[in-house]
Structure formats: structure tokens, C-alpha cells
Design a protein around this ligand. Structure first.
Ligand SMILES: Cc1cc2nc3c(=O)[nH]c(=O)nc-3n(C[C@H](O)[C@H](O)[C@H](O)COP(=O)(O)OP(=O)(O)OC[C@H]3O[C@@H](n4cnc5c(N)ncnc54)[C@H](O)[C@@H]3O)c2cc1C
Length: 478
């Protein structure tokens, strides 16, 4: 019998599992995909919002401000990238100034630290590429940018180091309530008995909730499309540039990513399909048109990637967090739309506290922190030489765009919750994330995966189940 079973391996599942791994509990995580962080957590704006957007008194406001304050320390602790670069909400007319002032007031009510309204001259000094029509902006220095999949993976890695069992390719089909426990049944027939269930299944959280609780809510999928520009465009902004928000969300942003690329987007369109991650020409054109308002002449010839993420819009309008009233031991972390990523550390901590109290769990004495990964290019010449002498695989550059070595790729495969796919390697140590998008290094990464996992080259997939790269030989060699 498990103590805790977490459904869904996104940032919410990661935050709560890692927090719970500090306690003497028997925990498993079930994920329907073949890797962790393969849902909404891998495709979003990656902004750690300051917390002035959400309505005063909402759970979104509370957890956003608390989560934002936790990011720096947490990222250092688990060795995930994070940069505290601050954010602006730009006003381009006196009418929009009123929005900015309202956001400022809301930020104060939500407890956002150190915000101020910045006027035109100072903005243009700090952000010279901003449209010269700018009037003023809300400057929030506590905002930042994260690597969402890196943080998620590192949290799971740390949870696994501390005994949490992460079960991939495990789709939950049904949950049966028993006396004081739950039986969780997978699509492939496997069954798990557990005292507590945590539902962190993203856009499917309403379906999982309906399996045990009559307190119904709906999740509506809403897509957001993006451009990622090459690092040659890094100069466009030093921080995160928002426009005044609309009914559909925070509008189109232009921001530096945690790795120094430029991200432009997202759109906001309601869709029916919860797994829809297609980008549309219409959506991408819309982003270009809207982004012009903030920064003119963005060079989209430096676009290296488009992608689409799916927001989990809750019918309640707020996060749904905590134990269901009619299902003891069943906890929801649902309706996790933005600012879910920013809020995840605080939500994880809070839900873990509720579970620990319920199970009267005791703290572990031997909790281990993550082993830091080697970022070869960040080492001194002397350190590089020493490392190559010890392990020559660090002397072989596989990804020329991001300068990633074979040693780093092999490490990403053999760590806890290690990479099993080409994109899994990219998410962990970035080969394929640069200008050529894996055109050169993709086949090399595939070969390394095949060798290290002892699998046939044809069995290595790009990303999700069935995304085969090679299917059969095209030439017979005699
Ligand atoms: C376009 C867009 C932009 C955003 N920008 C920001 C931002 O800048 N800042 C911010 O704070 N937030 C942002 N967000 C929100 C943030 O990305 C989400 O709040 C967060 O990623 C949600 O994490 P999650 O763990 O709840 O969901 P997910 O990452 O989707 O994880 C849920 C997991 O559950 C699994 N699952 C589902 N059903 C089952 C089942 N039956 N059995 C087993 N597993 C199952 C899924 O495969 C998935 O891996 C944005 C979201 C989008 C879409």
C-alpha cells in the first residue's frame, strides 16, 4: 500500500512530490507520457510572474506572490536555471496608464514587493528598443524567468533520489474509493492501492476529479502559440515586456528566456482537443501584429522554433487546491492556468503540508540534495582540461550551437529520471535547442541514446510514444 500517489508529472506533481520526499512516506508518481514534463509544463512563457495580475484574495494571487519569492532559492537548491530580470507592463496611451495604475494597486494589495510606475524617459534608457510611443510602465523587479522543464525534471530527479517512484507510460483510467484508501487503475490494467491521491493532471484534472468526487468543475483547453528567436536577437530586451492585459489573458509578451533567446507570444484561443499543440499561420501572424506594439522591427528571420502550449482554464476562475470535501484523502491541484508555474513551489509546499498532517508523517533525517550537473562551457580552461583527462567524452562537442559535450549527454541519460528520447536529452542539457535545432546533433544524440540504453537505433524516438525518427534501411549494404 502506498501512502501517496501523485497523478501527473508536470511542475505541480514535481513540486509536491519533491516536498513530500522530505518525509518518511511511500510515494509514487504516475505519468501517462514517456517522460516527465511533457504536458503544459514544457510549453509556456516561462515567466515567474511578480503577482499583480490575479484578483485580490484569490488563490492565484496568494500562491503567485509566495511562489515567486521562493524561486531563486529553490532553483539554486535543485540546480535549475532562473534569472531575476524583472518585468514591465507597458502603457502606450494615457488610457492604458489607467490599467497600469490599477495593476499597481492590485499588486500592492497582493503583497508584490518593490513595484513602481516608471515614466517614458527612464523606460527608453533601460529598454531602448521599446516603441517610442510608450507612456509609462509598471516595473516589477521581483519577476523573473525560469527553465520550466529543467526545474520540473530537477525536482523529480531530487524526489527520485529520495525514494519517490516515478512510473512513466502509466495512464490512469479509473479510481475506486475503498474504506480509507483508493484503488487506482491504469489503462494497461496495472493497479495501485494508496491512502492519498494527489490529482495534478493538468488539462485532464477535471476528468480525474470526476472519478471520485461529485464536486464537479470543468477544465477548458486554451492554446498559446509562440516564436523563439535565436540568441543574436538577445539585445531586443533585457527583461520581460508585457502589454496591458485583455479578457483573454496577459496579451503578447516579448522577453529574454532564461538561456538568452527571445520569446514572443502567446496567442489565446479556446480549442476542443486537450492535446492540441499545433501552431497555425493565423496565430503566428497575429503574434507579429500584436508584438509590433511593444517592439517594432523584430527580425523573424531569426526565428528558430514555433511551439504551442495548452492552458488549463478552470470553470471556477481560480486554482482548485486542496482536499475534496466529499473524498477524504483525495487532493486536487487543478485549474493550473497561468500563473501556475510561478505558483508551483508554494502550492507544492502547501499541499505537501496538508498531506503530511493527514498522514501524520515524520521528517526524514537523510534527505539528499541533487548532484549538480556539469555545464562544461562554464568551466575554466584548467577545469575543462582536468575533466577531459578524467573522462574524454567531455572533450567531444556534440551540439555545436549550444556547445554541449558527449559527457553531458551521457550524464543526462544516466541520472535519476534520465532521458530516454532525443527531446528528453534536449530538455535536460540543451543539444538541439540552438540555431540548427538539432539538424547537426540530432543523429549523434540518437546514436548515444541507442548505445547507452542498449537499444536498436530504430527504437529511439524524437519525443512522444511512436515519434520514430528511423523506420527501416533505405539502402542494402553488401
Ligand atoms: C501558453 C501558456 C503560457 C503560460 N505562461 C506561464 C507563465 O509565463 N508563467 C506561469 O507562471 N505560468 C504560465 N503558464 C501556466 C503553466 O504553464 C501551468 O500552470 C503549469 O505548467 C501547469 O502544470 P501542471 O503540472 O498542472 O500541468 P502539466 O504540466 O500539464 O502536467 C500534468 C501531467 O499530467 C499528465 N496526465 C494527464 N492525465 C493523466 C492520466 N490520466 N494519467 C496519468 N497522467 C496524466 C499529463 O500527461 C501531464 O504530464 C502558461 C501556460 C500556457 C499554456
Amino acid at each position: 500500500m502506498l501512502d501517496v500517489l501523485v497523478i501527473g508529472a508536470g511542475i505541480m506533481g514535481a513540486s509536491v512530490s519533491r516536498e513530500l520526499s522530505k518525509y518518511n512516506l511511500n510515494i509514487a508518481v504516475l505519468e501517462k507520457e514517456n517522460d516527465v514534463s511533457n504536458g503544459t509544463t514544457k510549453a509556456n512563457s516561462a515567466i515567474v510572474h511578480a503577482g499583480y495580475d490575479a484578483q485580490e484574495g484569490s488563490l492565484m494571487a496568494k500562491y503567485n506572490v509566495e511562489g515567486c519569492a521562493m524561486y531563486k532559492e529553490l532553483s539554486e537548491e535543485v540546480d535549475a536555471p532562473y534569472r531575476n530580470i524583472g518585468s514591465y507592463v507597458m502603457a502606450f496611451s494615457e488610457e492604458e496608464r489607467k490599467h497600469v495604475e490599477a495593476l499597481y494597486e492590485r499588486g500592492l494589495a497582493n503583497g508584490v514587493p518593490n513595484m513602481r510606475i516608471m515614466e517614458r524617459e527612464e523606460i527608453l534608457e533601460k529598454e531602448p528598443n521599446i516603441n517610442k510611443n510608450v507612456v509609462c510602465a509598471l516595473w516589477a523587479p521581483s519577476a523573473g524567468v525560469t527553465g520550466p522543464y529543467e526545474l520540473c525534471i530537477k525536482l523529480f530527479e531530487n524526489a527520485a533520489e529520495n525514494g519517490v517512484d516515478i512510473v512513466l507510460n502509466a495512464e490512469v483510467k479509473n479510481i475506486e474509493k475503498k474504506d480509507g484508501s483508493y484503488k487506482v487503475i491504469l489503462k494497461d490494467g496495472r493497479e495501485f492501492e494508496t491512502k492519498v491521491v494527489i490529482n495534478s493532471s493538468g488539462v485532464y484534472a477535471d476528468k480525474i476529479n470526476d472519478m471520485v468526487s461529485k464536486e464537479h468543475f470543468d477544465i477548458h483547453p486554451r492554446i498559446g502559440e509562440y516564436y523563439i528567436l535565436d540568441k543574436v536577437e538577445t539585445h531586443l530586451t533585457n527583461s520581460v515586456i508585457f502589454q496591458c492585459p485583455t479578457e483573454m489573458g496577459k496579451g503578447v509578451l516579448v522577453a529574454q528566456t532564461v538561456h538568452g533567446n527571445i520569446i514572443v507570444g502567446p496567442t489565446a484561443h479556446d480549442v476542443q482537443d486537450r492535446d492540441c499543440v499545433a501552431s497555425t499561420q493565423e496565430g503566428l501572424d497575429d503574434i507579429k501584429r500584436q508584438a509590433e506594439k511593444s517592439i517594432k522591427n523584430i527580425n523573424y528571420r531569426d526565428n528558430i522554433r514555433n511551439f504551442t502550449g495548452i492552458r488549463a482554464e478552470p470553470s471556477t476562475g481560480d486554482f482548485i487546491i486542496g482536499e475534496a470535501k466529499d473524498a477524504e484523502g483525495f487532493f486536487n491541484i487543478a485549474g493550473t492556468k497561468s500563473p501556475g508555474l510561478s505558483s508551483a513551489p508554494a502550492i507544492g509546499k502547501d499541499v505537501a503540508k496538508m498531506v503530511v498532517e493527514k498522514l501524520k508523517a515524520t521528517k526524514k533525517e537523510n534527505f539528499k540534495n541533487n548532484r549538480k550537473r556539469i555545464h562544461f562551457m562554464e568551466l575554466s580552461q584548467e577545469e575543462k582540461a582536468k575533466l577531459i583527462e578524467k573522462d574524454p567524452r567531455y572533450g567531444r562537442i556534440i551540439c555545436r550551437c549550444e556547445s554541449i559535450t558527449e559527457g553531458e549527454i551521457v550524464d543526462a541519460i544516466h541520472r535519476k529520471v534520465g532521458a530516454r528520447t532525443v527531446d528528453g536529452v534536449k530538455k535536460r542539457c540543451r543539444p538541439g535547442a540552438g540555431r540548427c535545432q538539432g539538424g547537426f546533433c540530432g543523429p549523434r544524440v540518437q546514436e548515444i541514446l541507442s548505445r547507452e540504453l542498449g537499444k536498436d537505433l530504430n527504437e529511439i524516438v524524437q519525443d512522444k510514444k511512436g515519434s520514430y525518427i528511423l523506420t527501416n534501411e533505405t539502402k542494402e549494404v553488401k
